[in-house]
Design a protein around this ligand. Structure first.
Ligand code: G3P
Length: 218
């Protein structure tokens, strides 16, 4: 399973990249705003800064909601760097735009997926990735993991190339469960990625090893 980090925070991106396990980055307008990145040029510059840190797909989201606007914005975003993936919302105009970009060989990430039907449509339009929002489904008492499993089954039935990018991941168990189900990619915060490494028995064991080594070398 590929690991993407879901943030626009350059320090977090650097830290995850330095761990050597990072495959890509996803952002969205809320994550940009959280970092105080506003204004078209600043946002474009920020995507470039991210592309300089990580050698992998970087999702950059369009703001337009009409087909022409999405095509115009997406083409510009894709022209910025070879690793930019154009992130398009799951709305009818978005499906049209995904089909257009797929015909031009421009990679897309269809975002705000909350049902298997939406995932099926995006795959038929030729999306490179689809982003089902795991945590936000859990937030409304619906099992987000069940949706990932349902989409996995559908995509495998028809051998769709579209990759399932589990998004709105909140904690390490989400990551492990996504890996069990066979999600192609997960995107989550640095905290969830780092939490995978933690185990109290590892810490206790290491302390003991170091203490024993120190005793033996007195
Ligand atoms: O990748 C989608 C993500 O940014 C949404 O996460 O935690 O706001 O639901 P969250």
């Amino acid at each position: 399973m590929k690991f993407f980090i879901d943030t626009a925070n350059l320090n977090d991106i650097k830290e995850a990249n330095d761990m050597g396990i990072l495959d890509g980055v996803t952002t969205n307008p809320s994550l940009m705003a959280k970092e105080g990145i506003t204004g078209e040029q600043n946002i474009l510059d920020h995507y470039m800064a991210i592309c300089k840190i990580v050698d992998g797909p970087v999702s950059a989201e369009v703001i337009s909601t009409d087909y022409e606007g999405m095509v115009r914005e997406g083409e510009h975003l894709a022209s910025l760097h070879k690793n930019i993936v154009v992130k398009i919302p799951m709305i009818p105009e978005g499906i049209k735009a995904i089909k257009y970009f797929s015909g031009k060989g421009i990679k897309t990430n269809c975002t705000l997926i909350f049902s298997a039907g939406q995932a099926l449509l995006a795959a038929k339009a030729g999306a490179t990735y689809i982003s089902p929002f795991l945590g936000r489904l859990d937030d409304v008492s619906t099992n987000g993991l069940d949706l990932i499993a349902q989409i996995r089954l559908i995509y495998d039935n028809y051998m769709f190339d579209t990759q399932i990018l589990a998004a709105s991941v909140r904690h390490p168990m989400h990551i492990i469960n996504c890996a069990e189900i066979g999600s192609d990619v997960m995107t989550g915060p640095l905290s969830a990625i780092k939490a995978l490494a933690k185990h109290p028995l590892t810490d206790i064991g290491l302390q003991q090893f170091l203490a024993d080594h120190a005793k033996g070398n007195k």
